[in-house]
Design a protein around this ligand. Structure first.
Ligand SMILES: Nc1ncnc2c1ncn2[C@@H]1O[C@H](COP(=O)(O)OP(=O)(O)O)[C@@H](O)[C@H]1O
Ligand SMILES: [Mg+2]
Length: 449
C-alpha cells in the first residue's frame, strides 16, 4: 500500500455522488405477538451506500415490517441492523429516527402547520438556528420543485396530493439524513403525477446520492427507480435481490417468474430509454419566420409537420405545413399539450406522454430541452417487441449499467447534458412544457385530482 494520494485508483462510478450510508440486516427476525408465523422469518440483506433499493412482493409479505425495522419503528425480535457499519440495534431509537428520513404514502404532513414549519420539524428538534432552518427549507423546496416564495407559508390542505408528497420528501431530507425510507410513497396519486414524482425522485437522488429504500406494490415502479429490487415472498423470504435487468432476464425462482410475469413487458418499457430507439428527423421553424420559407423547406425535405422552436431550440408548437400556411409568418403560439420527452426518458414515459396528449408521436429533446427529433408510437412498440423476443431467446444479458451511465453511444450530435445523468436531463426537458402550463403553482397536475 502506498500513501501517494495521486495514485489512488479511480472510483468505480466517477459520476456518482454518494452521501448515503450502507445498510446491513443481519439475521433479522420479526415475530409479532399473537401471530403463529413470523412476519419476517430471517432476513440477511446488504444495501450499498448510495443505492436505491425497491422492496416488492405480494401484500402481507413483510415489506413494511422490514422497512420499519431499519429505523426501528418496529423493533426486530432478533438480529442486528447496521447503518454505515454501525450497529444501530441498541442505539437510542429516537435519535436514530432523526437521522433517517421517512416518507409515508400521503405525505403525512401536520395539517395545521405551514409547509415551512413541516419541513423544519426535525431541524428544530435538533436545535438548528432559525437562519439555518430557513435556508435549508428554501433549498429543499426548490429541490423538490416547489417555489419557496409561493409554498413556504401554505397549509397542506391548500396543495394537491402530489405537492404534499413533495413536501413529505423535503421534510424527510431536512436534517440531511444518509438514509431515506419510503413506504409506497407514490401510491396515492394519479398516474401522471406519479410519473413526475418518480422522475423528480431520480433527479433528487442524483443530486444528493442518499441511500433510498422504498416499498412499492408496483413492479414497474421498482424497476424504474431501483438500482436493485428485492422481491420478497410471505414471511420476508428473499426470492431475488438483483438489478432490474437481471430480474427481468434471469428470474431466480418460479415465484419471481410468476410475479414478474405479465409485468415484464411494461417493465421493459421502464428500462429502455428513448435514446435506444431510432428517431425521425423533424423540420424546425423559428417564431416570426416567413411561412413561405418554411413551406419551401418542408417541400424540399418531404415533411408534413413543422416544429416551431424558440431561440434555444425548445419546442413551442407542432403544426402541420397546412396550418403554417394559414399565417404569413410563424406564430408564437405555445401548445401546452404537445408530447415532449427527453432522449433519456423511458419508453414508458414516452407512451404516457403520447397518451396524455392524444398523439401518436412525441418530440425528443436533449438535456437542455432543444428538439432533436421525434419518435412514433410504432417504433416504440416495435422496440418493445424485439426486446421481448430477445428475452425469449434468453441468452445475452444486457447490462443495466449501460443504460444508466450513458456509456452506450448516444445517437445525437447535440452536445448536451447526456454526460450528465439522464434524470436531470429529463427533468429539465419536462420543465420546458410544465413550466408554462403551471405558471406560479408548480402544480403536479392537480387539476386532474
Ligand atoms: N403490528 C402488527 N401486529 C401483528 N401483525 C402484524 C403487524 N404489522 C404487520 N403484521 C403482519 O405481518 C405480516 C407482514 O405485514 P407487512 O410488513 O405490513 O406486509 P406488506 O407491507 O408486505 O404488505 C402480515 O401478515 C401482517 O398481518
Ligand atoms: Mg406495506
Amino acid at each position: 500500500m502506498t500513501d501517494d494520494v495521486t495514485s489512488r485508483p479511480a472510483p468505480t462510478a466517477p459520476d456518482r455522488n454518494v452521501t448515503g450510508a450502507s445498510i446491513k440486516l443481519d439475521g433479522v427476525v420479526k415475530h409479532f405477538k399473537g401471530q403463529d408465523k413470523p412476519a419476517v422469518a430471517r432476513l440477511d440483506l446488504e444495501i450499498t451506500a448510495g443505492d436505491v433499493v425497491a422492496f416488492v412482493g405480494p401484500s402481507g409479505c413483510g415489506k413494511t415490517t422490514t422497512l420499519k425495522m431499519i429505523n426501528r419503528l418496529i423493533e426486530p425480535t432478533e438480529g442486528r441492523i447496521f447503518i454505515g457499519g454501525r450497529d444501530v440495534t441498541r442505539e437510542d431509537s429516537n435519535k436514530l429516527r432523526q437521522s433517517i428520513g421517512y416518507v409515508i404514502q400521503s405525505g403525512g404532513l401536520f395539517p395545521h402547520w405551514s409547509v415551512a414549519k413541516n419541513v423544519g420539524a426535525i431541524p428544530r428538534v435538533l436545535g438548528w438556528d432559525k437562519k439555518r432552518i430557513a435556508d435549508r427549507t428554501e433549498y429543499l423546496l426548490d429541490l423538490v420543485g416547489l417555489d419557496p416564495k409561493i409554498f413556504a407559508d401554505r397549509l397542506p390542505k391548500d396543495m394537491s396530493g402530489g405537492q404534499q408528497q413533495r413536501i413529505g420528501v423535503a421534510r424527510a431530507l431536512a436534517a440531511d439524513p444518509p438514509v431515506l425510507l419510503m413506504d409506497e410513497p407514490f401510491g396515492a396519486v394519479d398516474p401522471i403525477t406519479r410519473v413526475r414524482l418518480q422522475d423528480s425522485l431520480i433527479a433528487i437522488q442524483h443530486e444528493l446520492g442518499k441511500t433510498i429504500v422504498f416499498v412499492t406494490h408496483d413492479f414497474e415502479e421498482a424497476t424504474k427507480l431501483g438500482d436493485k429490487v428485492l422481491i420478497l415472498s410471505e414471511g420476508g423470504h428473499v426470492q431475488q435481490y438483483a438489478t432490474p435487468e437481471e430480474i427481468l432476464t434471469d428470474p431466480a425462482t418460479p415465484f419471481v417468474e410468476e410475479f414478474v410475469g405479465s409485468g415484464a413487458k411494461l417493465a421493459y418499457l421502464t428500462v429502455t430509454r428513448v435514446k435506444d430507439v431510432d428517431y425521425d428527423n423533424v423540420l424546425t421553424a423559428r417564431i416570426g419566420e416567413s411561412s413561405q420559407g418554411v413551406i419551401d423547406r418542408a417541400r424540399a425535405s418531404g415533411q408534413t409537420w413543422v416544429v416551431v422552436v424558440d431561440e434555444a431550440g425548445r419546442p413551442r408548437s407542432w403544426p402541420s405545413v397546412a396550418e403554417v400556411a394559414t399565417k404569413p409568418v410563424v406564430s408564437d403560439y405555445l401548445d401546452r399539450r404537445m408530447a415532449v420527452v427527453a432522449q433519456s426518458s423511458t419508453l414508458n414515459d414516452a407512451l404516457d406522454a403520447m397518451l396524455a396528449a392524444s398523439q401518436g408521436a412525441a418530440l425528443v429533446t436533449d438535456g437542455r430541452g432543444a428538439v432533436i427529433g421525434s419518435i412514433g408510437i410504432g417504433s416504440v412498440t416495435q422496440t418493445i417487441q424485439s426486446k421481448l423476443a430477445d428475452v425469449r431467446a434468453e441468452e445475452r444479458k444486457i447490462s443495466y449499467e449501460s443504460y444508466i451511465d450513458g456509456s452506450d453511444s448516444s445517437p445525437t450530435p447535440v452536445v448536451a447534458a447526456e454526460d450528465e445523468p439522464h434524470v436531470v436531463v429529463r427533468d429539465e426537458a419536462h420543465v420546458v412544457v410544465d413550466e408554462e402550463s403551471n405558471v406560479g403553482t408548480a402544480d403536479d397536475g392537480s387539476g386532474t385530482q
